[in-house]
Design a protein around this ligand. Structure first.
Ligand code: SF4
Length: 799
């Protein structure tokens, strides 16, 4: 292996025995018998040396992240204390700037709340083996005495789905048995709501070919997987399936997501319980001793292991394949299949996969299905022009581009409300359609309200996350219809819910109505009447009517939203209704912040004026921290706790609106591979982030770097505290942003448009990188980057 292709995936065996006796297991039931000579459980000494070796490798190759899977046998047999020790040692050893993506692959039998709490504490994601429904799973996955393991695994999965553990659930691993019904297996897996499904071909070689049931035809594995693929496609691909996603990616010339397909160099090494270093586990199926390298963590570095001939061969891509594979039309997708599956006594690994016929059929059929879909009528024209996309790729977006984004979001909101309002025969629905005909602009104003979409999405979710009202009745639809009718001066009479003493009209305000759960609201050109109250929604109210208040600034008008019950949609809680004094305070701060944005970030300010229509005051952050947020389902809104200074408010507005813009772009276009579930180092956070999180953060920090570049230029030549602080901030944020752009580019998971955004961000950052800040600021920024990540995050939130 060249030094430029380091290991980034590590399988760490923490226990070498298992509590199940699956008859298809490659560890105990195939050619290699080395498990019987290994230590039962990994020792502290092996864990320490392993952590040290991985850290050394990460430092040498400046790895942004390493992926470690705790494995077995059955890794839970190692017990919580040993698993915690493994996680702590790994995390403590890794250098700053290298994220740890830590997972465990388990059969699930022992997985209980105690383990889940440990995994939550140590941020360990969990993959579970399950072969389908009870019938399918019982074919192989049994205890030694023949008992089924199915019920215990399902109980473990139910635990992983609980809200506090859901984020740990990494997916299901299913070994294919063509005797099982493919659709029944797929549906049984989907019913467990996994974030990803991995179908694995049973390990086999030319010496021990896979079972091919009589009468099943020459390619039963392709036929089985293609039946699942058809069903999965027809159902809208509700869950990523690694083997299908890998075929789709490799057909487009991109990297595979599994070592069993594609030509990507293998970058995985196994650490056994006794510290010996081995090649991929799948080689256990070839012959006794096949995975061995002769190296161990005590005496050898991982670079030495990487130079082992077996490793080098699995790194050699097309050149390392048999002649027939090299001439094969699908070789770039197939890659000769899994290395272990090519083995034949006397011929080694120099032949096609024993699954050759199946792989050829699987790939060519999926290719044909993809082509057929591509030939189908084109999707409606995307709303953004090339110029808009270019502006947005550079982190900006003038009034035109942001208005076009807003129009697309309005369309999306309209479709979501239509779906959420179905079946469409209620009085509220009738009123909505009436307003749509008579005063479409009035309806658009309500549909464009950020929290309208929040309501529709929650109502459509029906999965227990939305509140009872949003799922259970059409009260939200009645509120939208009434608000639109009021705006359109359309007469109506409608029953509206009263929530916690308030009747709500989104975008307009709320009316106090104590002691009721619903009320009849009447509207006409003169105003509203309800339960003996008459109000003019567009006039300052009495103490019962609280209108949404708007702040008009030069070139920018926004709502300070403190009445809508769905405004509590951000990661921090919303503030209560602002008092008059608080309103005055906010108005003054916004005016000052807007002036600063116009002065320091004029290119960003134009987009803000065109697209940011709502600021939702949040409750003060913990310990007085400045907190702010944007919600993906609330286009046009940002949530902010009133900060102490106007410059911080300006910075938070710019930062959060970047998230708003990018979220709207992501609703329209794929910038990255949705199937990439790896975690990446984000320089401004202690925890590794999914690719989209890293992309969002990078895009937002582009505005932060630009802001500080402006401040440093403004303080040119000065030596006061403000100038020093600005230089340090610029040195920090431009380095973080450049670092993250590099990680995005190297991920291999950006689409062509995603790469265009990365290039645009790099170009946009260039001027900030050229602003001189002095050696002291550069040094302080480097030291801060190397400091405790938790402190970094706290500093970031306080910035
Ligand atoms: S389909 Fe067969 S010949 Fe083609 S690359 Fe795969 S294993 Fe080799």
């Amino acid at each position: 292996m060249s030094a430029t292709v380091p290991f980034s995936q590590f399988v760490l065996k923490v226990h070498s025995r298992c509590d199940l006796a699956c008859d298809h297991c490659y560890v105990y039931e195939h050619a290699d018998t080395s498990w019987s000579r290994k230590a039962r459980a990994v020792s502290d000494e092996v864990l320490e040396r392993t952590a040290g070796r991985i850290a050394e490798h990460a430092r040498t190759h400046r790895l942004p992240a390493v992926h470690v899977v705790l494995h077995g046998g059955e890794p839970l047999l190692a017990g919580p204390d040993r698993l915690r020790r493994a996680a702590e040692l790994l995390r403590a050893a890794l250098p700053a700037g290298c994220a740890l993506d830590l997972r465990i692959h388990t059969n699930g039998v022992l997985l209980d709340r105690r383990f889940c709490e440990l995994f939550a504490e140590q941020d360990i994601r969990v993959g579970v083996s399950l072969d389908g429904d009870r019938l399918a799973n019982d074919r192989h996955r049994r205890f030694a005495d023949g008992r089924s393991s199915h019920a215990k695994v399902l109980a473990a999965l139910a635990l992983l789905r609980e809200p506090e553990f859901r984020h740990l659930y990494a997916g299901l691993l299913c070994t294919v048995d063509v005797a099982n019904d493919p659709v029944a297996v797929y549906e049984a897996l989907v019913a467990e709501q996994p974030p990803r499904i991995d179908f694995l071909l049973p390990h086999a070689t030319w010496d021990h070919p896979p079972a091919r049931p009589e009468g099943a035809g020459p390619t039963p594995y392709a036929d089985w997987l293609l039946a699942v693929h058809r069903h999965w496609t027809e159902r809208g691909r509700p869950v990523p399936v690694r083997i299908f996603d890998s075929v789709h990616r490799t057909l487009r010339g991109r990297s595979s997501l599994t070592e069993s397909l594609g030509l990507d160099p293998a970058d995985l090494v196994v650490v056994e319980t006794d510290g010996t270093l081995e090649q991929a586990d799948s080689l256990k199926t070839a012959y006794d001793g096949a995975p061995a390298t002769g190296f161990d963590v005590f005496a050898h570095s991982l670079d030495e292991v990487a130079r082992h001939p077996g490793m080098l061969e699995r790194q050699s891509g097309l050149a390392g394949l048999a002649a027939r594979c090299r001439a094969c039309p699908v070789v770039r997708s197939c890659g000769g299949g899994l290395y272990a599956h090519r083995y034949r006594t006397g011929g080694g690994f120099d032949q096609p996969s024993v699954y050759c016929g199946d792989l050829l059929k699987l790939i060519t059929t999926i290719r044909d299905r993809v082509s057929a879909r591509a030939a189908a009528p084109a999707r409606p024209r995307q709303p953004l022009t090339d110029r808009h996309l270019d502006e947005l790729a550079h982190g900006l977006g003038g009034a035109d581009a942001v208005t076009a984004l807003g129009q697309a979001q309005l369309e999306l909101s309209r479709r979501l409300v239509t779906a959420a309002g179905a079946p469409g025969n209620s009085a509220a629905w009738q009123l909505l359609t009436t307003v749509d005909r008579a005063a479409p602009g009035a309806l658009d104003a309500v549909l464009a309200h950020p929290y309208t979409r929040t309501w529709a999405v929650r109502r459509l979710a029906r999965d227990g996350r939305g509140d009872q009202e949003d799922q259970g009745d059409q009260g939200g639809l009645a509120e939208l219809a009434a608000a639109a009718a009021v705006r359109g001066r359309t007469g109506f009479e409608l029953v509206l819910p009263v929530r916690a003493g308030w009747l709500h009209l989104p975008t307009l305000g709320r009316l106090r109505l104590d002691g009721r759960t619903e009320a009849v609201l009447r509207g006409d050109a003169d105003g509203l009447s309800c339960a003996g109250h008459t109000v003019r929604w567009d006039r300052p109210g009495d103490h019962l009517w609280q209108p949404v208040r708007r702040v008009a600034l030069p070139g920018w008008t926004l709502a300070l939203e403190d009445t809508d019950p769905r405004r509590d949609s951000h990661q921090w809680p919303a503030a209560d209704r602002l008092s008059d004094a608080e309103l005055l305070d906010w108005t003054g701060a916004l005016r000052e912040a807007w002036e600063l944005l116009g002065r320091d970030l004029p290119d960003y300010a134009a987009g803000i004026a065109a697209g940011l229509g709502t600021v939702t005051p949040l409750a003060p952050g913990p310990d007085g921290r400045d907190v702010s947020a944007a919600a993906r389902q609330a286009y046009g809104a940002v949530g902010i706790a009133r900060p102490t200074t106007a410059p911080v408010l300006a910075l938070l507005l710019a930062h959060e609106f970047q998230h708003v813009k990018l979220g709207a772009v992501l609703d329209l276009y794929d910038l990255h591979d949705q199937a990439d579930d790896r975690l990446y180092h984000a320089p401004w956070r202690p925890d590794p982030r999914p690719l989209e999180g890293l992309l969002q953060g990078t895009y937002a920090h582009l505005a932060v770097a630009a802001y500080w570049a402006g401040r440093v230029r403004a303080h040119d030549g000065l030596r006061d505290d403000a100038a020093t602080a600005a230089r340090l901030q610029l040195a920090t944020w431009r380095a973080h942003t450049a670092d993250a752009i590099g990680t995005l580019e190297r991920s291999g998971s950006l689409t062509p448009l995603g790469l265009r955004f990365a290039a645009g961000m790099r170009a946009a950052l260039a001027p900030a990188l050229e602003v001189p800040v002095g050696a002291a600021a550069e040094r302080a920024a480097r030291e801060a980057a190397a400091a405790d990540p938790a402190a970094r995050q706290a500093a970031a939130v306080r910035r």
